[in-house]
Design a protein around this ligand. Structure first.
Ligand code: F6R
Ligand code: MG
Ligand code: MG
Length: 371
């Protein structure tokens, strides 16, 4: 198959500084990023692009013919984040300017350097709808529950029962973020094994989903910033690409899990569990202000047409998701009432990467043998 037959969607994101603390990008950052990607489109590196944000994360949604993990595409993303940092974040003294650019200089692939990336290469079907999911104030494990529901749960995805093409099920690539090893599990037959792993979303994260016949169906970013830096540097704020319809879950089945605002790690100081609230990409909803949150997810729908991105449609801008937002807000009140107590605050293993250990260090010598 020639390169021209294949389309790649690359969603690469970074927090390179934001307005008034950690809650939203500055419009000038979006403008500079658009200018940079427009140059790349004119140079025919990209076929198309869409620049947007989820809270304080700058999101580059790019389509091209270069395949996954392509150095030129990753270099373009890195150069864009650097340019936005130098031209906007630093001169305006935006908060945490250049935060996610953890490496001194680009070296081949943004993975491991701070920015998050989800990439999916595929041969376009006659019509190819995709949903791009963008989250703020949480980590990659936040996609485990929705991806499980979308591709393995017949109570969510009616197509798994009704549509013969989906009926055979899907395979999940699960990454062990502690060892860097990955395992492929086939569902429905290995469903319980899958849940045994991904129920622990701090350690195991779904990176890819394929239909049983090999059709690439979803890709998620897996970067854990704290593991790259060895310290707390803001949450990973993951992204995910899901293909839909015609032998894949319908767009409505892709969005359905988000009607349940499940608890995810992140929120204030990356140290608290909170509900994932589905929001419109619009200014009124797409910023994390209450206790720097609660965590948010935006969904954008595109048609991919000869590698062009037609759209987007702002998918959670639907009154049918108002109840989920209200519920998320109620859960936020409930969780907040616990203050610094677990399970609002994350457990000790996750808190290792925050500033808490240096506080505890102070008390170390004051412990004496108990009577
Ligand atoms: C969460 C996040 C914020 C900050 C918080 C403290 O991902 O980025 O909640 O952790 O605002 O930030 P500093 O320590 O920079 O004042
Ligand atoms: Mg931030
Ligand atoms: Mg963020």
């Amino acid at each position: 198959m020639s390169m021209k037959d294949m389309t790649t969607i690359s969603v690469i994101k970074a927090d390179v500084g934001s307005l008034a603390g950690h809650h939203v990008v500055h419009p000038k950052q979006l403008e500079v990023a658009r200018e940079r990607l427009e140059r790349a489109r004119r140079d025919e590196l990209l076929v198309d692009f869409h620049v947007t944000h989820c809270g304080d994360d700058l999101q580059l949604i790019m389509s091209h013919r270069m395949g996954e993990n392509n150095t030129k595409i990753h270099e373009l993303a890195w150069a864009t984040f650097t340019e936005v940092t130098e031209k906007v974040s630093r001169p305006l003294k935006l908060y945490a300017a250049g935060q996610d650019l953890l490496a001194e200089a680009f070296s081949g692939n943004v993975r491991g350097m701070g920015p998050g990336a989800a990439e999916l290469e595929f041969q376009e079907r006659a019509s190819d709808p995709i949903v791009i999911l963008l989250a703020d104030k949480t980590s990659p494990g936040a996609w485990n529950l929705p991806l499980y529901k979308i591709f393995a749960d017949p109570f969510n995805t009616a197509g798994l029962v009704i549509d013969p093409v989906l009926h055979n099920g899907f395979s999940f690539d699960v990454l062990d973020t502690h060892t860097g090893l990955s395992v492929r599990l086939r569902c429905p037959e290995e469903l319980y094994d899958l849940l045994a792993l991904i129920g622990d979303h701090n350690r195991y994260v779904i990176s890819k989903v394929f239909r049983k016949d090999g059709l690439p169906s979803a890709a998620a970013s897996t970067a854990r910033l704290s593991m790259i830096a060895g310290r707390y540097v803001g949450k990973d704020d993951p992204v995910c690409i899901v293909r839909a319809q015609s032998g894949l879950p319908a767009v409505g089945e892709v969005l359905e899990p988000f009607a349940f605002p499940h608890l995810v790690p992140g929120w204030m100081r990356g140290s608290h569990h909170g509900p994932l609230m589905p929001v419109s990409v619009s200014e009124s909803q797409n910023k994390c202000t209450r206790f720097d949150g609660p965590p948010r997810v935006v969904a954008l729908g595109f048609q991919v047409s000869n590698a062009r991105l037609v759209g987007p449609s702002d998918l959670f801008a639907d009154p049918a998701f108002d109840t989920a937002r209200t519920k998320a807000s109620e859960i936020a009140y409930y969780m907040r009432a616990h203050g610094p107590f677990i399970p609002h605050r994350l457990g000790p293993e996750e808190m290792e990467y925050t500033t808490l250990p240096s506080v505890l260090e102070k008390l170390k010598d004051r412990f004496q043998k108990a009577e």
